[in-house]
Design a protein around this ligand. Sequence first.
Ligand SMILES: Cc1cc2nc3c(=O)[nH]c(=O)nc-3n(C[C@H](O)[C@H](O)[C@H](O)COP(=O)(O)O)c2cc1C
Length: 241
Amino acid sequence: MTGNATTQKMRSHTSCRAFLDKPVPAALIDEILDCAQMSSSSCFLQVTSIIRVTDQTKKEAIAQGCKQPWVALAPEFWVFCADFHRDGLLCEKPALGWTDHFLVGCLDTGIMVQSAMTALESLGLGGCFVGGIRDCGELVTELLALPDNTAALLGLAFGYPKVINEIKPRLPREAVFMENEYRDPAPGVIDRYDETMREYYSTRTHSKKACGWSEQLEEIINREKRAYLLEHLKRRGWLEK
Ligand SMILES: Cc1cc2nc3c(=O)[nH]c(=O)nc-3n(C[C@H](O)[C@H](O)[C@H](O)COP(=O)(O)O)c2cc1C
């Protein structure tokens, strides 16, 4: 493989959802947190908080709420939250609730959680993002005692991998990387990718599927809408204007 140790590791990323029953040493947790916290931050507002969920009862409740058993089974489960609450406390009259604040919270938090993933994978661990916590946003908010102007965006379940999944092929470069102006994919590009994915889904070890990539898009897009979210976020101080 070309590249260096960092890029090789990043190119061999796969989500891990099955873990050994072995705790992650405190030194590795520190290392992951140091890396995550060094992520860039919009205007250096540092609007992300991470809640490490060690209470097994809470882990199980969240696992049930989002129907993802690995949340309870992973040695580590962290919830990454956009957080304007902490910054707000330090200001006299903070004008919160703007759409851009929400975007900033999402961007900073997404970048930080990927840094954590890259760090943990480089340390021989494996992990899986759990956006599914947004299925049970009210429950997570209550269990983790989240104040207004915070939003639990993404879970990260991780530990020592028990099973390493096959690498999932990505869209061809020409479909996602453009020069100077937007361009729809050329005819045949997605068909060829569907063929690659059909082969991948039919031969991988876990959750075999008999479809390509594009055929499942509409069902997923239509399913994953979490209609309660806008009102939930507004009630909690986000997206007022
Ligand atoms: C924002 C985000 C949310 C995700 N949420 C979940 C989730 O709730 N459950 C899950 O099993 N995987 C989740 N994933 C992992 C994706 O399913 C996975 O990255 C994708 O299928 C590609 O597979 P790979 O990571 O193994 O390459 C999430 C990924 C991202 C980026």
